[in-house]
Every structure is written in structure tokens, then in C-alpha cells.
Design a protein around this ligand. Structure first.
Ligand code: ZN
Length: 415
């Protein structure tokens, strides 16, 4: 009997030890709560660099990594995309930190009471998840595990593989031409896609994804391209009036690595457009600038240009550099009116003496006379639809833009 008692006591001690080991990550002072987290995977395409630890009360503290601007105090973390592993049915509390960014030399944070996140069991179908703002620019997210792993992302991701699939799908279409115009710092191809006839009366240039955390423009461009390639009477009418050129993903290296703002050499692709691009530090901008100059030399200056971004405001940024702005401001006013009439856009445009020197909108206007602008897309809410910003809603915006462009050039002689 003594032998049995000793054996039982040893067994109980061993089980207690195992329980203690399994609860180890969150265990301190006997007050800790167990945390069901098994692992966070952030090694896949577009996953954000991070580290994590479990705090005393069993919450998972996720520390995002900043990317930094060259020769500048600026730093940015605002993209998150990772896969949580924990038993199906369990619930976790995630706290995202390191969101204390420096933007244009000033403190700024993507964390606000309205900041959204998205969650998915399969990384294809995403659901919105409201976060709670905590002190220190941190964000809290309650995550219910619908399987043994769940994806969490700032916005519905648009990865390089999504772009490759899209380009593969449209490439055979007779109205599509895809041209490689350069390579990123890490050697990824930079494409210009043309839809329509390059000798169409008007030419529109679009760029997406200068900043990797901002996928909105990619979804808009997909919606627009697919509408123009429908081969119905309406799309034929559109393409008789204009053709569209787009650089679908300017900062491919940053997107691949899950970065937030800069290219891998610390350059902001929406800065320094007031001077010639550096081909070594900033080949992504150099390729586009060279292409634009060739287009102008061939008599094909873009008539209108939009650079797509995401922020918390969703406005069109109209810059007012010190040049004759009469035709430009008239065009932009007309553009805003048409957006309000034919799309879900309600956010408005920058007024007064707004300037953003070095942005592509102001740079292309000042240097080449191209009617260019930055178009932000609100990353937290689409007011005009009273809905959250989803890929579906952004693709719809792209479809609606085809009509806006059509009407923008309707009375071109009076512009
Ligand atoms: Zn941006």
C-alpha cells in the first residue's frame, strides 16, 4: 500500500509539474491566468515583422516592428498581418503595441478609437473586428478561435501573389498590355499595365501601393480593370474616350516583407517627387519617372493621375504649388463633383492653400503639368455606404470610377 501511495503522490506531482510547465508563459506570482496561445506565425508573404509575449493576466502582447526612413527621424508601424495558433473555440486577448510612429518629424499613430482590424479563418474571407484603444497608442483585440489558427490583418490583404493572379487573368485580353518598366531594390519586376488603345483621346495614369500597409488602391484598380474589360457597350464607350495605365504595386519589396511605409532602403515612394529620382535608392520611383518622361516625349502626356493611399480621412488631396492652377483646380472640382454623383465618395477634398511638397501629386503637377492628385481611402469606415472598408466595397469604387473618368473628359475643350 505504501508503494501505491508513493506512486500516486509522484504521479500527482508529475501532473502538477506538467500543468505548471504548460502555463509557464503567463505565470508569475501565482496570480497569472492561463493563455491558450500556442504560436504566432509571421513568416509568410506580407506578414508583419513582430515579437510577442504573454503578460501577467494572460493577454498576448504583440510588438510590431517599425520600418525607418533614411536620414530622418520618421518611422512607421501600422500594418499588421499574422497567424495566431491556439485551440479551436478558445478566446484570446491581443494587445498590439509599437504604434508610436513619427510622421513628417512629428509623433503620429494609426491607433485611434476607430481603428479597424480584420480576422479570417482561411485568409480569404475576412470579417471586420473593432478594436479598443488603450493608453500608449496600443490596441486591444478580442479573438475567438474559429479553428486552430486564425489570421489577423489591419485591412484585407492584397499580396504579391494576389497581384500575380490578377495580372495572369487579364494578360490574355486583347485590350491589355503589360510592360516591365524597371525593378525594385530587391529585383522584383515593376509593371505598367495598359487597358485600351494608347492613342485614345485621353490617358489616365494610376499608381497603387507606394505604402505597403495600404492595399485599398489595389482593390480599386482591380474593380476598375475588370469593369473596363467586360466587353459590353459601356466599356467600349469608355475605352473610345480614354485608356488607363497603372503601376499596380510600387513598393513590392515592402509588401512582400509586411512593412508599413518605406522601401527597403528607407525611401518614401510618396516623397522627393519635386526632384529627379535616385535610381539606386529609389528605383521604384525612377522607373515610373523615366516612363512618364518617355510618354511625354512621345506626345502621350497623362491627362490625369491618381496615386492611391489609405488613411483615416479618405479625402482627395489637391496640392497648390506656386504655378498657374486655373485649369488644374477646375478639373479637380469637376472630378470631386463626379465622384459624389457616380460613386460612394463623400469625404471631400483638401481646400485652402493645402500643399504637400514632394508628394507625387504635387511633383507631377509642378514638374510635368500633369493633373495629378493623391486619393486617400478611409481605412476605418466608408461613410457613403455606412459600411466598413472591404475589398468588395473598394472594387465597387473602381467600377464606378470608369463612369467618372468618362464624364471627366466629356467636355474636354472647355476644361
Ligand atoms: Zn500612403
Amino acid at each position: 500500500m505504501n508503494y501505491m501511495k508513493t506512486f500516486t503522490a509522484a504521479l500527482v506531482a508529475a501532473i502538477q509539474c506538467l500543468v505548471a510547465i504548460s502555463a509557464e508563459p503567463g505565470k508569475t506570482d501565482g496570480e497569472s491566468r492561463a493563455c491558450p496561445l500556442v504560436f504566432i506565425n509571421s513568416t509568410f508573404e506580407n506578414a508583419s515583422p513582430l515579437f510577442w509575449e504573454i503578460n501577467k493576466v494572460g493577454e498576448v502582447e504583440v510588438s510590431l516592428m517599425y520600418d525607418h526612413e533614411r536620414s530622418s527621424p520618421n518611422r512607421a508601424a501600422g500594418h499588421w498581418h499574422f497567424r495566431v495558433e491556439a485551440p479551436k473555440g478558445s478566446e484570446l486577448t491581443l494587445i498590439l503595441g509599437n504604434l508610436q510612429n513619427i510622421y513628417n518629424g512629428h509623433k503620429g499613430s494609426p491607433a485611434s478609437k476607430n481603428t479597424m482590424s480584420f480576422v479570417s479563418a482561411d485568409s480569404r474571407s475576412w470579417q471586420p473586428a473593432q478594436m479598443e484603444l488603450l493608453e500608449g497608442d496600443r490596441l486591444k483585440l478580442k479573438l475567438k478561435m474559429l479553428g486552430n489558427s486564425m489570421y489577423v490583418a489591419r485591412l484585407e490583404p492584397y499580396r504579391l501573389s494576389d497581384l500575380d493572379k490578377f495580372l495572369q487573368a487579364i494578360r490574355p485580353h486583347p485590350r491589355v498590355t503589360i510592360t516591365e518598366i524597371g525593378r525594385t531594390v530587391e529585383g522584383r519586376p515593376l509593371e505598367i499595365v495598359r487597358i485600351g488603345d494608347e492613342d485614345a483621346p485621353r490617358r489616365i495614369l494610376l499608381r497603387a501601393r507606394a505604402h505597403p500597409w495600404e492595399p485599398g488602391g489595389n482593390w480599386v484598380i482591380e474593380g476598375l480593370a475588370r469593369r473596363l474589360l467586360k466587353d459590353d457597350l459601356q466599356s467600349k464607350a469608355y475605352l473610345e474616350r480614354y485608356c488607363v495605365f497603372f503601376m499596380p504595386m510600387a513598393n513590392k519589396d515592402g509588401v512582400a516583407r509586411g512593412w508599413t511605409r518605406f522601401n527597403v532602403l528607407g525611401k518614401d515612394l510618396n516623397r522627393n517627387w519635386d526632384v529627379k529620382s535616385d535610381p539606386h535608392l529609389c528605383p521604384e520611383n525612377y522607373a515610373l519617372e523615366t516612363w512618364i518622361e518617355k510618354q511625354i516625349a512621345a506626345g502621350r502626356r497623362p491627362d490625369f493621375m491618381i496615386d492611391w493611399h489609405n488613411d483615416q480621412g479618405g479625402r482627395v488631396h489637391i496640392s497648390r504649388p506656386n504655378i498657374d492652377l486655373k485649369a488644374y483646380l477646375a478639373k479637380m472640382k469637376r472630378f470631386e463633383t463626379l465622384l459624389r454623383q457616380h460613386t460612394w465618395f463623400t469625404e471631400g477634398a483638401t481646400g485652402g492653400n493645402y500643399r504637400n511638397p514632394g508628394s507625387i501629386g504635387e511633383g507631377l503637377l509642378e514638374r510635368y503639368g500633369i493633373h495629378a492628385c493623391i486619393h486617400e481611402l478611409n481605412a476605418n469606415r466608408i461613410a457613403g455606404l455606412d459600411d466598413y472598408p472591404s475589398a468588395k466595397n473598394w472594387k465597387l469604387y473602381g467600377e464606378q470610377l470608369c463612369e467618372v473618368f468618362y464624364r471627366l473628359f466629356e467636355k474636354e475643350k472647355t476644361d
